[in-house]
Write a protein that binds this ligand. Sequence first.
Ligand code: ADP
Length: 458
Amino acid sequence: MRLRYHWKWTILIFFLLLLLLIIQGYSHTALKQSLFLSSLIGLLVVVPSAYLIARTLSQPIYDLTRRMIQSVSDYFKPESASYGGDDLDKLSKAIDEIAIRFRNKIDEVSKERDYLQTIFKGMAEGVLVVDERGRILVANHALRQLLHLPTSVANRTALEIIRNAELEEAIRNVIRQENSTSLELNLPLPLGKTFEVNVVPIMPSPEEMEKGAEGVRGAIAVFHDITRLKELEKVRQDFVANVSHELRTPLTTIKGYAETLLEGALREEVAAQFVKIIKRHADRLTKIVEDLLTLSKIESKEFQLKSEDVLVIEIIDDAVDFVKEAAEKKAISIRKNDISPLLSVHADRGYLEHVLINLLDNAIKYGREGGQIIISAIVGGPGEIRVSIGDNGPGIPKEDLPRIFERFYRVDRGRSRELGGTGLGLSIVKHLVQAHGGRVWAESQFGEGSTFYFTLPE
Ligand code: ADP
């Protein structure tokens, strides 16, 4: 329907009709004069009323059109929001324009929301968003997993769900002072995790600020899990402390004996014995440095195995040959338990021998006089060979078992030193086996002996 209104046209039509009637009036008989007069009166009443009604109806449409055009140009900022045609035409164009622009805007906002949600979900970091009262608006999946939070945390405070006053305080300060901050969050056991948390305020957008909005909207806290980093830092610190300690003992001994010799003992009978002690401690230092160098070599990025197919029995025979003398000194017998001569592994011959010698050396060192060592090698699983070296020595206490592969860890520090151990042997074994793609572990019955196992790809 197209309602066309224009007051100028209305007046013109009115006068034309009036003129027509006057002409008609003159040309008709007096009888018709009364009809003419009544028509004239009718016209004089109907036309202005029609005009007033039309005007009353059209004015709101006109206002609405004007407001629509204004809002189109205000909100969407088109180059020009002027539309041709009459009012209803303009109104319909403005509505069309708004509909198109709204659809585009909604598409744009939905896309942005989808991107943000994907980022939010895919982030490894935990994210917590709170409003200006510190009440949780949203916590992402990563945070819920990291902190074992319940699914619904909305409307609660960080303190309620994470139970850390320091974090709550940081969030409150950020909201109050509108400044970013960061803190290290240590969550005790059972969680036992450390996080670096960055908290930033959510400020109103520039558009909102233009409209007079002020004050923070809330805060976002981003949780970086630095537990592993902290553990590594601790391992590094412990390692440096251990190395220093290990090196200091022989160095102090060497220095002490050398000084005693210089102060006159050189000419006395004990001199030869002192020199022997110095030599023994110097050897120990050399061994520690060698083991450390081996470890650092295995851990370096450049480390590469020269793997080939090797017969397990050959490597075992070579390693047994190497430790034979030491075993004989303690009257320890070494037995190979039905090892198939065809069993082969894909490994670096030199390093595999190193692993075997190290385990055999320990079994002899810590084994009892007249004891027995049993070596076996079997297919342990699909594509996997499992080698084991068992002794009937004193064994390893249960609580020490999980730690013996750590650097410098010894069950009996004094005894290990006495036997020339560095505390690095099993750590080197572990790294070498892992470099081959295998696993290593130990089982032990305290007082009855220990068995060390390692696997290698067939
Ligand atoms: P070390 O140089 O002291 O021998 P390792 O890393 O080779 O260092 O071994 C770590 C510790 O594990 C040893 O100090 C010892 O206490 C224990 N250990 C290793 N092998 C055996 C074994 N066969 N029997 C008993 N204890 C063992």
